[in-house]
Ligand binder design. Sequence first.
Ligand SMILES: [Zn+2]
Length: 431
Amino acid sequence: MQTLRQFYEMLDESQWWPPSRMTEWQQGLLRPLLNHARATTPFYRFRLEKLFRSNGAIDWARWSEIPILTRSDVSRHFASLLSRAPVEQHGPFSDVSTSGSTGHPVTVRTTRWLNGMALACSWRGHRWAGLDWSKPLLSRGETLPGKAIGAALGPWGPPWLPEAASGQHLHTNYSNPYWSDLEVIQRQAVYAYAATTNQLEIFFDDPALPGLPDLKVVMVRGGAVTDYLRTQVARVSAAQIVEAYSSKEGGALARPCPAGHGFHTNAEAVLVEIVDAAGQPVAAGEKGRVVITPFGSTAMPLIRYDQGDEAIAGETCGCGRPLPFIRRLEGRTNAVFEHPDGRRSREMMPIEGRRLLGAGRWQVRQVGPTDFEVDYVRHDWGTAPDLDAFSALFRTVFFDDAVVTVREVKELQLGATGKYREYENRWRRDG
Ligand SMILES: [Zn+2]
């Protein structure tokens, strides 16, 4: 197995590999993963049958016949997805839970190997974005016992590089109040602030937020950046917004192209497919579901796992990198709204809807067959809300007979999990 440093250094070259060489690399990691999954997990014992010839060789042409693994498969079959003979050199292993926007938490078992590959891919993404590892990064993450908010955790760039030595990764955690993040950002002249889209929206939503001249970079994890977040960041700083398409299950999935065209997948660490309802790859320019196979997930193989996102497939990128290309990420699939006649919608309200209400953060809920509620925190006091225009827009986005009740609130209610969910179906708990 390569060291972290070797893998990172390889990524510098492999971004220029011709597609045939990349396929060879991927098959070199998929082959042992598939064999391992088939031999050591009950879940995959028969599921991969079609892929294997009688002599044990893999028929790659039949790859897309492997059924898609859904979130609900993972939550229902956690135990049988676990390898009975985890590869010790890939450990230690850890269980991580992810709630996703659909509110159905799933737990997966990840490996140190997966996390190492993700880290190296992130570093490549930092270089593509021209980030400066010598300056402080404040990152919201899991609570670390004994670590105060603002405590230095070590370099956030590759630790062997002299330029990365002085740039400390400063700690803050998910349950920490935002005002104390602000304090750290101001006191320690934080250069980069990293969190999820939702967390950043909460932070930048505060109308009393002062200007943040030292903040040069806002790093967004998880999913697509909303226009709303871009507007709110620009209000207080000139920070560059750097997206990372990642997940706890799959690690680092894709990063924005350095030439600004779209996203390149981290094909060296994960196979990312964009597929239609039948599990077949969509054509360039078409929208499909993101399905991933992370090569490092050997403790709990995730083979063709539906990440819960949609994306527009790309062809080749203008920057010249043959690395697979995603034209656009459509963001986390939100709650599915359902009409009694069977129509379903995963749409989201356009930014225009927020303007019509003067809304900051909001929650959009289906509460009956054609009944919807929108709770919002008022943000822009300059103009009166136009409820009729909002309802009309809502009906064109979702269903023409939707009845919308709009309420201005001081604070949004969090659900039972304590997580903020922008869209929710309470009529049928579909996920
Ligand atoms: Zn590119």
